[in-house]
Design a protein around this ligand. Sequence first.
Ligand code: HEC
Length: 416
Amino acid sequence: MQRLLFLLLFLSVPVALAQSPGEINFYDHIAPIIHKNCTPCHQPDKSAPFSLITYEDVSKRARFIRKVTQSRYMPPFPADRSFQSYLNERSLTVGEIATIQLWIEGGMKEGTKKKELIEEINFQAYETRPDLVLKMQKPYLITGDNTEDFRFFSLPTNLSQDQYITSIEFAAGNKKLVHHSRLMVDTTNQIRGIDGLAETDPKVAEFQRIALKEEFLYGWVPGNDRIYFPQGTGVKLNAHSDFILNMHYAPSPVRSSDQSEIRLYFARDKVEREVKNFTLRENDISNKPFIIKAGEKPTFYISKKIDKTVSLVSVLPHMHLIGKRFRAFVITPAGEVINLVKIDNWDFNWQMTYQFRKLLKVPAGSTFIVEATYDNSAENPENPFGPPRDITYGWGTNDEMLNLVLYYLDYQEGDE
Ligand code: HEC
């Protein structure tokens, strides 16, 4: 194993080439890897539960870090990067993983602190002040009865005029228990006033019938941190609209509370182009009904033609617990295939927005294809029911969904 690692190291990291494990040190070799790939989340006020910035932070957890990097659990990035590449992708090279391993074996040398490096770990680049912070009106009490909890909250923006959002961030109040959240925008104001409405409340079915302006503006899970729209573009937020926040809290045996917030960054300059989205959904499935029978492992297909030319910005695939595989691509009228996203190991806990490296032109007359496979067998450890039951569409986590949210701009010459 040692030999193999050296070989891999030889192939992929020129920097560590001439070094024996003892010479690998934190400041020269480890900090650059950690700061680029881990610190964006592992710092105060971001999603990860502890910081990875200093020598102490990293050496204290070295063995754990070795484990999660070798298993590729961290940095989290579920999509297959050989299918399509993304602006927000993160991963370590084999050489970087080996460097971490060798550093630990060599006794975790600290090396010499370099001033410039420490200054680089100043996160100014990430932070600008949000223009509007929408905080849950009061702390929501998590009762500590060890069950999952799904709730809806309404957060009025009270905006007197339309604004364009260039960036959005969700900040979990209770990092331990906020499992995921989904942000919707309602311009009818008919859902106003709810504050912790249970997902099981009959009112939810009524709300589901209201046409929302944005059904899925942003899906947050730990890891899907702040998202940005391309320069000169933004999502239009109408005056007086309300955010509807769907929160999922993990089971907990202790009483605690949560008061999460949404941070919105508005365009300073004139927004030339509006980022819009549309969602491919259960109604678009070609092999309906969308019923996942107990014990079965079906694949559902969506095939939907569009009649205008668009430039895709990003995609957000969405399924629930028993989703297993997800693949989406486009076939153009000329028969060309454009890959969008492929996830072979669906993980409900790591759902994120995948932003393309450059805008993807999808010509009018193209067909979007989605293939989604579910596993409703008793062998699936993620199955919420034992014995399995038929599962069908619903917002509840134990129900299922099949969505692909597409963020796009109307096509302009030169986008590609
Ligand atoms: C996109 C955000 C993000 C990035 C990037 C990221 N982490 Fe994490 N990390 C998290 C979150 C959120 C958790 C807590 C959830 C969990 O443990 O699954 C976590 C948990 C961990 C844990 C604890 C795992 C456990 O089982 O409790 C370790 C160790 C860790 N990260 C190391 C790293 C290292 C090393 C890197 C860089 C190579 C990294 N992380 C990159 C978000 C991130």
